[in-house]
Ligand binder design. Sequence first.
Ligand SMILES: Nc1ncnc2c1ncn2[C@@H]1O[C@H](COP(=O)(O)OP(=O)(O)OP(=O)(O)O)[C@@H](O)[C@H]1O
Ligand SMILES: [Mg+2]
Length: 283
Amino acid sequence: MKVEPQPTPDRKAILPTGSGTTDLHLRQRTITPISTDAVPVIEAINVSKAFGATTALVDVSLKAYKGRILALLGDNGAGKSTLIKVLSGVFPPDRGELRFQGELVNFTNPAQARQCGIATVFQDLAVCELLSVTRNVVLGREPQKGIGPIKWLDIKSADEMARSALHRLGVRWERGLEERGINISGGERQSLAIARAMFFGSSLLVLDEPTSALAVRQAGRILDHIAQARDQGQAVILITHNFRHALSVADDLTVLAQGRVAANFRRDEIDLDELTDLVARVG
Ligand SMILES: Nc1ncnc2c1ncn2[C@@H]1O[C@H](COP(=O)(O)OP(=O)(O)OP(=O)(O)O)[C@@H](O)[C@H]1O
Ligand SMILES: [Mg+2]
């Protein structure tokens, strides 16, 4: 995808005149404006990223705040996954900067972002198929025991951590914790990945299409978990193609189109019809 420079569309210029109302199951309280002195948990400032001749992001700025869910929307190829990979240390931006809790950061790998408390559930890699349920939950922070320099996984503590993480999420796990990721369903994988992110008390939870492969009830459960993470004070960035899902949990919405920010809204400034129309127009 080639992107030609173009001004960011004005909200009023791209919104349709009439606006419908849609009855959505809202999982949230009244949406308050972001206070002017609040420091974003993560902030991207004029981030650009290209892959060879393909321009994925152009001058993208975005802020995610504690206790708020930011829905990141846009058509296929809009740059959503690339943006959250930059935020999660998968690759550095070509230009622009990242600030974590107001401090400039230069992540060179995902482990550095994780150490800052950025927990990301990637679109294509939510769960390690060869690892057990327990190993998937404790991944990256495995409890160890050992003698001198020789260390090994403390299975008992790890199982307790996994059980407690799943319990806190309200996930009833009937099968053994030794079950491998390859044997569990898409919904269970997402629950597990979110359990992992929540369990480690991350300050920012980033979810790339967590509900895309799920049945209605399962998707509802995941959205409840996401709202729960927000209510526990985490900042959340949620990528989804499902506008209902976005509108049912989000506090703020950002629409990307062809690698640029096309619009920013607070949830109470837009409804389903307007959002659908907007994404269709700018995509
Ligand atoms: N690793 C990569 N190498 C080359 N090009 C890439 C790479 N990752 C993404 N791109 C390109 O960058 C652009 C943005 O892709 P990205 O995956 O960020 O889009 P997206 O908004 O997440 O789309 P989708 O909704 O389909 O997941 C696309 O043109 C894509 O082909
Ligand atoms: Mg993507």
